[in-house]
Design a protein around this ligand. Structure first.
Ligand SMILES: *Cc1c(COP(=O)(O)O)cnc(C)c1O
Length: 395
């Protein structure tokens, strides 16, 4: 029996994906991640990355990472509970707590593992989780790993949440409400003050995953809790340093008890090594930069607002985003894919997103704005959007 024979069922499933147009072809980027990138030897404007503040290739972060490598090396060597923690990790966690106005934080390898560390540490069998229907895959996986009952509520629908809570009254032990902060496919924001109200009334834990709000929302990018002035009221705030921070790493922020507990029981904390030295040093520099100045965050929002205004004036349907993410609603998947290909031919890289990532008939081009784009970049991109829209007859 050859190993090809054993994996034949996978080859069949891959063929099926190709037939359905659902096979992911991953473009290779030959340059640093930035406002302009090189693909197939050609420079294009990049509207795909979550590199909101343009920090992924910033000289200050690169310098900080290099200096830290000279002093502390590269890897942490083992998980922190076994080999000990490094000064840098402690510094980053203290710094993040101060920046976000939280009592304490703990860092994980990624935003994904931050959710896997947190949710199963808080609730288990016999408990219930009320989860927004559009929550991110890593929240869903964290919920599944916990073995608590998962009760989805309609997206951003606080009345539906109240109904689901009432229906389940008395049937479960501990309860948790969990939501994305910014929903990345539409760019809308969770109604956190109302969710807090519901959580407080019923004595339910409240958790927000602010992956797309970290470095974007709030004063100087301090995140969704700061945006709504809910300091000390949201029990758990998860975040990532892989998006606006331009690096890699997950954050959990909350009170000291919660953070202490995750260090005792969060499995990706206990059984997977910590962030690497250059990652931590670069993240420290990112926090430093955000504390020094709100310029990058302001530029991000100004760029997003300008693009929204102009795309809307051209006649595009731009959905109902309240963040710098712009979904260009195109309907059918093949239209969105053709739009993306033609944009690329005009020097603009913006990804088509279709079923199953978004509902059928709601395919779109997702325009990810960043502070790394100049005014000239935006004008060039808008020209390409206009020509493509006209060529395809969607505007
Ligand atoms: C991107 C994202 C994550 C994963 O973050 P990584 O640091 O890239 O692992 C988790 N949650 C949400 C809501 C996200 O958008």
């Amino acid at each position: 029996m050859t190993s090809d024979h054993n994996t034949a069922y996978l080859a069949e499933q891959l063929d099926e994906l190709r037939e359905q147009g659902l096979y992911n072809t991953i473009p290779t980027i030959e340059s640093a991640m930035d406002g302009r990138i090189t693909i197939d030897g050609r420079e294009v404007l990049n509207f795909c990355a979550n590199n909101y503040l343009g920090l992924a290739n910033h000289p200050r972060l690169k310098r900080a990472a290099k200096d830290a490598i000279d002093r502390y090396g590269i890897g942490p060597g083992a998980v922190r509970t076994i080999a000990g923690t490094m000064t840098l990790h402690d510094q980053l966690e203290e710094r993040l707590a101060r920046f976000k106005g939280a009592e304490a934080t703990v860092t994980l390898q990624s935003g994904f593992t931050a959710n896997l560390a947190t949710i199963p540490a808080l609730v288990g069998k016999g408990d219930a989780i009320f989860s927004d229907a559009l929550n991110h895959a890593s929240i869903i996986d964290g919920c599944r790993l916990s073995r608590a009952k998962i009760i989805p509520y309609a997206h951003n629908d606080v009345d539906d949440l109240r109904r689901k809570i009432a229906e389940s009254d008395g049937q479960y032990g501990r309860r948790l409400i969990v939501t994305d902060g910014v929903f990345s496919m539409d760019g809308d924001i969770a109604p956190l003050p109302e969710l807090h109200e519901v959580a407080r009334e019923h004595g339910i834990l409240l958790m927000v995953d602010d992956a797309h709000g970290e470095g974007v929302l709030g004063r100087g990018g301090r995140g969704i809790v700061d945006h709504f002035g809910l300091h000390g009221k949201v029990d758990i705030e998860v975040g990532t340093m892989s998006k606006a921070f331009g690096v890699m790493g997950g954050i959990v922020a909350g009170n000291k008890t919660l953070i202490d507990w995750i260090k005792q029981r969060g499995r990706p904390f206990l059984f997977s090594s910590a962030m690497t030295v250059p990652d931590v040093a670069a993240c420290l520099e990112a926090v430093e930069m955000l504390e020094e100045s709100g310029d990058l965050v302001e530029r991000l929002w100004a760029n997003g607002d300008m693009m929204k205004r102009e795309l809307s004036a051209m006649g595009f349907d731009i959905g109902h985003s309240t963040t710098p993410i712009i979904p260009l609603m195109l309907g059918e998947a093949h239209t969105a894919r053709q739009f993306s290909r033609e944009l690329m031919a005009r020097g603009v890289f913006a990804m088509a997103i279709a079923f199953p990532t978004v509902p059928r008939g709601m395919a779109r081009i997702r325009v990810m704005n960043t502070a790394a784009h100049s005014q000239a970049d935006l004008e060039e991109a808008l020209d390409a959007f206009k020509r493509t829209g006209e060529a395809l007859g969607v505007i």
